[in-house]
Unconditional design. Structure first.
Length: 510
């Protein structure tokens, strides 16, 4: 096999990320050497590869589905929103500047088509198959001229296209037909067919509609995937997606000890890497919720201030909502608080920011003896250390450089020298994302939190977050294997779109 496929969607959040991961896991179980690819991703959930490149977490998850190491080639362009109209542009894993949406779509995006096609070609020269994920909808006719992630990449690389539709939203037949009918003839020729996602009920009731869709478009439906809870692994589009994510919709196991542990995560603006709390929510007896009101912190045993692409903006938001005062009262009462990355920075004494917000000197919450200066160069690393007597791994993605002037080191090397973070009493801060995925450290941290909160909570001794993640990826592979026409899918990946697919008028506007 030496093939490829573009998984497009009728809308954002139709299930492209998980379908791509499912196809990848199915293929690798067939002995195919496969890689994921997304030309352009817009997300605040990112990951650092071993070579120090920043890519979308969805592509890192898909690489795990392929059982390969993620690289910058798999997501050459990453856009990290910094507000309603501008984003940081990350090219081949490194930030190259801020750009408005108009400026990016007005010319910069199209200039990157050659770069993303080169990355895709390099992957296709290394792997048996490359499964590409689109973005939004391929029928966004206002953006087609500069598109590099949907039909632009499909036409540039000659990829067949499978369109995924979320039937749980309703209107899936109209969405399938309309998606094809709004594409130019050259683009339509690459759209091989459809995949229905999130179906509930008796598939036989759907079959007449699928037959009529085939009659109207000349294109087959390659499968009907049933609705399954908890399959939104590391998706990209924000808190709404996260709340449907893998561990927060899975069956909640009863606590090992007598009490549960309640974790409140402040839903700050431009929240990044909210997946950091997935490992906590995977623990039996740990209840995780996102909050935006001070009264919701009252019964929490642990409050987490997560990462953000707008530290100064998040500070202002916390103060305006009364959450800053509520957090300060917790700290004064020796009740546990954890700040991660941007959340760590805003717990400090002050921030000097001429990079992200350009706000200059800003007073922090003053809850940790830390001073933060934003550097032009972004820190992108995969560090390893020890904390609370346990091995811990993580990844760093930040412009802020922390000067710790007191307290205890949170994470150290094997000789006890400070590597990162700060702890004062029951207030912790760290720049390391993903640290809670280290099972031993997570359990030790939860024991400290439970003791401080006076809870008779006991961490489960055998919870393996990595094993849970593998189980989820296998579930995605099972969905494809059991509910898709895998023979037809194999032919599509290997041989491309069928010849002679009919044109559906009116096509793209001139």
């Amino acid at each position: 096999m030496n093939g490829g496929l573009l998984v497009a969607g009728t809308t954002s959040d139709a299930g492209k990320s998980v379908v791509t991961a499912g196809i990848c896991r199915w293929l690798v179980r067939q002995g195919v050497k496969v890689a994921p690819f997304k030309a352009q991703n817009m997300s605040l959930n990112s990951f650092v590869t071993r070579e120090g490149a920043e890519i979308g977490r969805a592509q890192a998850m898909q690489a795990q589905a392929c059982r390969v190491e993620p690289t910058a080639l798999m997501n050459p362009v990453l856009l990290k929103p910094g507000g309603e109209r501008s984003s940081q542009v990350v090219l081949l894993g490194k930030p190259v500047g801020e750009m408005s949406a108009r400026g990016y779509h007005g010319g910069r995006q199209q200039q990157l088509l050659g770069t993303v096609l080169d990355c895709l070609a390099e992957l296709r020269g290394t792997y048996d198959a490359v499964i590409c994920e689109g973005a939004g909808s391929p029928a966004e006719i206002n953006l087609r001229r500069t598109d590099i992630v949907n039909m632009g990449i499909a036409r540039g690389a000659g990829l067949p296209v499978l369109v995924v539709g979320d039937i749980d939203r309703g209107g899936v037949f109209a969405s399938f037909f309309g998606t094809v009918a709004l594409l130019a003839p050259e683009d339509q020729a690459l759209v091989a067919g459809f995949l229905v996602n999130k179906f509930r009920g008796d598939v036989s009731l759907l079959e007449p509609g699928l037959e009529m869709l085939h009659g109207l478009t000349g294109r087959h439906t390659y499968g009907v995937l049933p609705f399954r809870h908890g399959l939104g692994i590391d998706e990209e589009d924000g808190l709404r997606v996260s709340l449907r994510g893998t561990v927060r919709e899975s069956a909640v196991a009863p606590p090992v000890g007598e009490d549960v542990l309640r974790v409140a995560v402040c839903a700050i603006p431009l929240m990044s890497n909210f997946t950091d709390v997935d490992a906590l929510a995977a623990e039996p007896g740990v209840v995780v919720r996102f909050v935006d009101r001070p009264e919701e912190l009252a019964d929490a045993d642990l409050v987490i201030v997560p990462g953000t692409r707008g530290t100064v903006r998040a500070l202002r938001w916390l103060r305006e909502r009364g959450l800053a005062d509520a957090i300060a009262r917790r700290v004064a009462g020796q009740r546990p608080v954890l700040g991660i990355c941007g959340g760590f920075q805003l717990l400090g004494e002050h921030i000097e920011d001429e990079i992200e917000s350009r706000a200059g000197h800003v007073d922090g919450l003053g809850l940790l003896p830390v001073r933060v200066r934003f550097a032009r160069e972004k820190t992108l690393t995969r560090p390893v250390g020890e904390a609370l007597g346990e091995h811990v791994e993580g990844y760093e993605i930040h412009h802020g450089v922390a000067e710790v002037t007191g307290g205890e080191a949170f994470i150290s090397d094997d000789e006890g020298h400070s590597l990162d973070g700060c702890r004062v009493g029951q207030t912790w801060g760290t720049h390391w994302h993903g640290s809670l995925e280290s099972d031993g450290f997570r359990r030790a941290f939860l024991r400290e939190v439970a003791a401080a909160a006076g809870r008779r909570f006991v961490p489960a001794p055998d919870t393996s977050f990595a094993a849970l993640r593998e189980e989820q990826l296998d579930r995605l592979g099972d969905l494809i294997e059991h509910h898709a026409d895998t023979d037809a899918l194999w032919r599509l990946i290997e041989s491309g779109a069928p010849q002679g697919l009919p044109f559906i008028p009116p096509g793209a506007p001139a």
